[in-house]
Design a protein around this ligand. Structure first.
Ligand code: AMP
Length: 306
């Protein structure tokens, strides 16, 4: 089954304690689409300017990513610049240039509208609403967000929560959104706003998954010695997760067991992503490596293992 993904497609300038690289392929939809395409076909919706390099388009089109919903318009591609502190967890946004994003109206090609799985990757909540308005009877809708939208578009974001099945956000965002300082309380407050499930990411400390019926799952992060660039880890996690759900897709509603499996694969893909800048590592990883790391992650989480 296919996944519809809408989000940002960007040119990023990234500085980490180890290195600095300009003009990298970035954006929530780029990471999420490449991650999801390991598991299922993707219908991508986004916008770039005429300056967007052909190589980047090829990287996406060489995979199972349908680009019929990619608008290439006069003007410059969205640009974002970030710098990581020595702990690699703290990040500061250096600059943002919306460019072609300022006039973006996501329009779904006809054949995208029946996609059963939808990932509203990080993008303004009003645009996420606009995509949902065009989709016909989706089976499972996942939304991602960021602190910026909680600050400047909270009303729209809260309204969106009444329209999605699952929200993915990080621990700081969960606290910011709900005003709670405890993550279990924050998860309950988010579930009360609408979604059936919420995943709260804790960076190098893994991820907590909560369900409305009291279900709970904790997945550790894959332990890594060398992290080169954490950019896009969250988007990769979300894309991998939804891709796995779509691959497993049946007529039954998505259940917690399927979500647990999806969280494990999302975590594995995110661990590969942070091993290099941009999508450099993701584009070389293969199914055998994904399988190996997911088995290791499962083994290391067993309390009763030898
Ligand atoms: P993450 O590290 O998962 O938070 O995602 C980083 C990616 O998000 C970068 O590649 C950026 O281009 C993209 N990004 C940064 N700010 C925004 C924004 N305001 N809207 C959409 N995407 C953004």
């Amino acid at each position: 089954m296919s996944v519809l993904i809408v989000g940002s497609i960007a040119l990023d300038d990234i500085k980490t304690p180890a290195a600095e690289h300009p003009d990298l392929l970035g954006g929530s939809a780029s990471y999420a689409s490449v991650a999801a395409a390991f598991f299922s076909p993707v219908n991508l919706v986004g916008i770039v300017g005429e300056d967007f390099p052909k190589d980047h388009i090829e990287l996406l089109s060489d995979r199972r990513i349908d680009l019929a919903g990619l608008q290439v318009v006069p003007g410059k591609t969205f640009r974002w610049s970030g710098e990581y502190m020595p702990d690699m967890n703290t990040r500061e946004t250096r600059s943002v240039a919306l460019n072609v994003f300022e006039t973006f109206t996501p329009t779904l090609p006809e054949h995208y509208k029946s996609a059963p799985f939808v990932l509203l990757a990080n993008i303004a909540p009003d645009l996420q609403h606009h995509v949902l308005d065009q989709v016909v009877g989706p089976r499972f809708v996942v939304a991602d967000t960021m602190d910026l939208w909680i600050n400047i578009a909270k009303e729209s974001l809260v309204r969106l929560l009444g329209r999605v099945d699952m929200l993915i956000l990080n621990d700081g965002e969960a606290k910011q959104l709900t005003g709670e300082t405890n993550l279990v309380k924050a998860a309950k407050a988010i579930l009360a706003l609408g979604p059936e499930f919420v995943a709260i990411k804790k960076g190098e400390h893994g991820c907590l998954l909560f369900g409305k019926n009291g279900e709970f799952f904790s997945c550790p992060a894959y332990p890594l010695e060398d992290i080169h660039d954490p950019t896009g880890a969250g988007d990769t996690f979300a894309g991998g997760l939804v891709g796995v759900l779509a691959r497993e897709g049946s007529d039954e509603p998505v259940d917690f067991a399927a979500l647990r499996r999806a969280v494990v694969f999302g975590t594995v893909l995110a661990s590969y992503n942070v091993e290099a800048f941009s999508l450099e590592r993701l584009k070389t990883v293969d199914a055998a490596q994904i399988g190996d790391r997911s088995r290791t992650l499962r083994r290391m989480s067993q309390f009763d293992a030898d």
